[in-house]
Write a protein that binds this ligand. Structure first.
Ligand code: UDP
Ligand code: MG
Length: 320
């Protein structure tokens, strides 16, 4: 029995890209079906993440023309991670495996053959890993590499150079459903689910059209979210820093007292101001980090839905 595959593809303002890449995904799906690697009821599921352009119209149009293509629409833009989650959760009871992939043509669809093979050999999660980053600018490469190193040094288990191109079996998704957090960082969460996993390597290309939705500020935001969602190490660092500053202050106090008793009481304005600035600076940073975690707790406590599907290109069967 060959598995039923759902490709899950998040799209946000991709009207320039979709007509080109939908063709690529469709050809790959047809190839996988004809090779007997996946079953005929497999589907390509586009997730429209509240696009403001014609993306949803294009998806609806494609779904009418092509049996393999279906689409769901989010009620508004919620970001890449939530769009992927909406897609894989929607797909989880309909298929045996999902493969999430960006819709901009940067990830090589040919790696899917190997991914499915790995699944058939027993892996439940297969990470798509970029073998090199030649097409990225030096800056993007540098920031991305620093990001992975930082994440791992903070204790978050993230596969190096793996983005959100991955095969996940429905068995894993059934368990993943219990990970209820609102602050999503999928690539760091799947390793926590466990199960047998492996990696497949591919070369990442350039976007076929359009612009990246991850400018520097958003990338830094994702890096920060990644760290604070997966690790409490920064809090430990703050505690450590607190001890160090306290120790230095203690030594300083001894020195100043000694100075006083020895009669060298020069007006220590400069040293006082320096210490004051340093300590208050450190305190501000620490409070910021604490605030970051409190903000996360606040969002988690609210427990708002992580995605809301407003439309589908197909009829959803109701649970009785
Ligand atoms: N995306 C999305 N919602 C967003 C931003 C991006 O669904 O709010 C999708 C986008 O359409 C693409 C994928 O996420 O398929 C990755 O985005 P992008 O290519 O802009 O990021 P990059 O590859 O530059 O990191
Ligand atoms: Mg991209």
């Amino acid at each position: 029995m060959c598995p039923c595959l759902y490709m899950v593809i998040p799209c946000y303002n991709e009207e320039k890209v979709l007509p080109i890449t939908s063709e690529i995904f469709l050809n790959k799906m047809k190839e996988l079906v004809s090779l007997g690697k996946v079953s005929k009821d497999s589907r390509i599921m586009f997730v429209n993440d509240g696009s403001r352009d014609k993306t949803w119209e294009i998806i609806k149009d494609l779904s009418q023309k092509e049996e393999y293509i279906i689409g769901i629409c989010q009620s508004r833009n919620r970001g890449h991670q939530n769009a992927v989650l909406a897609g894989i959760m929607e797909a989880k009871d309909k298929c045996d495996i999902t493969i999430s992939i960006d819709c901009d043509g940067q990830d090589d669809v040919n790696a899917m053959n190997k991914m499915v093979d790995e699944y058939l050999e027993g892996a439940e999660i297969v990470y798509g890993v970029r073998s090199k980053r030649d097409t990225d600018t030096f800056f993007k490469r540098f920031t991305a590499e620093t990001f992975y190193k930082l994440l791992n040094s903070m204790g978050a288990e993230v596969v190096y150079n793996h983005a959100d191109y991955r095969l996940v079996s429905s068995k894993v998704l059934q368990e993943f459903e219990n990970f209820k957090e609102v602050n999503l960082f999928l690539r760091g969460m799947f390793p926590m689910v466990g199960f047998k996993s492996t990696s497949v390597y591919y070369e990442r290309a350039e976007r076929v059209a359009g612009k990246s939705h991850y400018p520097l500020a958003k990338m830094l935001g994702l890096a920060f979210d990644g760290i604070t969602s997966l690790s409490i190490k920064p809090l430990r660092i703050i505690t450590g820093m607190g001890f160090v500053v306290a120790l230095i202050s203690f030594l300083g106090i001894i020195k100043f007292l000694l100075d006083k008793f020895m009669g060298n009481t020069v007006a220590g304005w400069a040293s006082l101001v320096c210490i004051l600035c340093m300590v208050s600076g450190i305190q501000m940073v620490c409070m910021g980090i604490l605030g970051e975690y409190i903000g996360k707790i606040y969002m988690e406590v609210k427990g708002r839905p992580r995605y809301i599907i407003s439309e589908r290109t197909y009829q959803e069967q109701r649970d009785q």
